[in-house]
Design a protein around this ligand. Structure first.
Ligand code: ADP
Length: 156
């Protein structure tokens, strides 16, 4: 029986799109681990401690959610933590093209781990951390698009 799943990501920063996927996943799986990647893409905004803190604060009331960091291969994280389900969010065809390649590579690396896709509420289907960082840099109002703690931090 499946008891837990992991939702991995960079979360630079966590957006309400991530939050939506996490809530949907935590309704399905008895236990959900959120794995915050230690490494970041170019043009990153928040360091690991900040990214972890934002996710932890956002889900502090959720007893079935555990937030931790990871480095290295995700399939190794899964093996170490005995997790067999990997959650990814699927916004559009661009995500589909990328995510299916990623899932196939993970399947090649470990046939034991299954990737499960979750579609966000349509309100968040356009949202990405990259877009949030860009709008924040230009002083746009991000209320309702990111957790309030992130909104405040982006203003400083
Ligand atoms: P990564 O570097 O692993 O892609 P991200 O933090 O950018 O890290 O994304 C983590 C996961 O969250 C990915 O599966 C991504 O498709 C998904 N995701 C990001 N933004 C949204 C959104 N607005 N709606 C649904 N899923 C999303």
């Amino acid at each position: 029986m499946i008891t837990k799943a992991v939702f991995p990501g960079t979360f630079d920063p966590i957006t309400n799109g991530h939050v939506d996927i996490i809530k949907r996943a935590s309704d399905i799986f008895p236990k959900l681990m959120i794995a915050v990647s230690e490494s970041v893409h170019k043009g990153s905004r928040f360091n690991l401690d900040e990214r972890l803190a934002f996710v932890k604060m956002t889900f502090s009331d959720y007893e079935n959610i555990e937030v931790l960091s990871f480095s290295g291969l995700l399939v190794d994280f899964c093996k170490k933590n005995n997790v067999k389900v990997l959650i990814r969010g699927l916004r559009d065809q661009a995500d589909f093209a990328y995510e299916t390649k990623l899932a196939t590579m993970n399947q090649v690396l470990s046939n034991e781990v299954q990737t499960v896709y979750i579609q966000p509420d349509r309100l968040y289907a356009f949202l990405s951390s990259t877009l949030i960082r860009e709008v924040a840099d230009l002083g746009g109002d991000l209320t309702g698009l990111v957790p309030e703690i992130v909104n405040q931090s982006l203003k400083t």
